[in-house]
Design a protein around this ligand. Structure first.
Ligand SMILES: [Zn+2]
Ligand SMILES: [Zn+2]
Length: 232
């Protein structure tokens, strides 16, 4: 968990500009990448991809040394969310009656991080959004691997075809993401993408396939973008 101070030279910090972009990055379909400047070399070291779990305010001096209300972002690594998901996979399958469009709406539903929301609720919401994206993607796949086009190799205990959600743009397969960048694929294709000699090429082709399947309109205000932030 990282604490990251918001921007703003003077006076109370507000949720505008860069501060708003960080708070809303999940809803806006933006990845949050953190870098840390190395003391000796001044070079930036990549710390990884994070999710803004919640924000709090605390008093801190501004540039002129005057106390003001500063925004603190609480950032968790995407891997931590992936682990929480793995521990509780497909826990809630009660949405049987929902159609694909309804699942998609749930998946892209705004995941705005509320101002000063308790971490508990925020983490729950991030988790729920991740689950909604998975459910939608697996429904979109409809039992057929979105990569190779073969039927899922077996059924789960609950009778659903076994496919795995794969994040096309990410190293880690967890966390909330835009449904345009998550695919439901068979375990063989999944291993091939992550470990195969032609994994990158297969992943690229998969990205094209999903682009064809997904509605064209943009999700969130910007579509997929990356927010890069430097820790100080
Ligand atoms: Zn496959
Ligand atoms: Zn994957």
């Amino acid at each position: 968990m990282f604490r990251y101070f918001g921007e703003g030279q003077k006076g109370d910090m507000t949720f505008t500009g860069g501060n708003k972009a960080i708070r809303d990055h999940v809803a806006d379909g933006e990845d949050l990448l953190l870098f840390q400047k190395q003391d000796r070399t001044g070079l930036l070291r990549f710390l990884g991809e994070f999710v803004c779990e919640n924000t709090t305010r605390e008093p801190a001096p501004d540039r002129l040394g005057k106390m003001r209300s500063a925004i603190v972002f609480h950032l968790v690594p995407v891997e931590a969310i992936a682990e929480a998901e793995a521990a509780e996979p497909y826990a809630n399958q009660a949405e049987g009656g929902l159609d694909l469009a309804a699942l998609r709406r749930a998946a892209v539903a705004a995941a705005n991080t509320g101002d000063e929301e308790p971490a508990e609720g925020a983490r729950r919401r991030i988790y729920q959004r991740s689950q909604a994206v998975r459910r939608y993607v697996l429904a979109r796949a409809a039992g057929v691997c979105e990569c190779c086009g073969e039927a899922a190799p077996f059924l789960r205990l609950n009778g659903q075809p076994y496919l795995e959600p794969h994040h096309i743009r990410r190293v880690s397969d967890g966390g909330p993401d835009d449904p345009r960048y998550v695919a439901g694929i068979c375990p063989t294709c999944h291993r091939r993408i992550h470990h195969g000699v032609d994994g990158q090429a297969v992943n690229k082709r998969l990205g094209e396939i999903i682009r064809q399947k997904e509605p064209v309109q943009k999700i969130g205000s910007h579509g997929a973008r990356r927010l890069e932030r430097e820790l100080v």
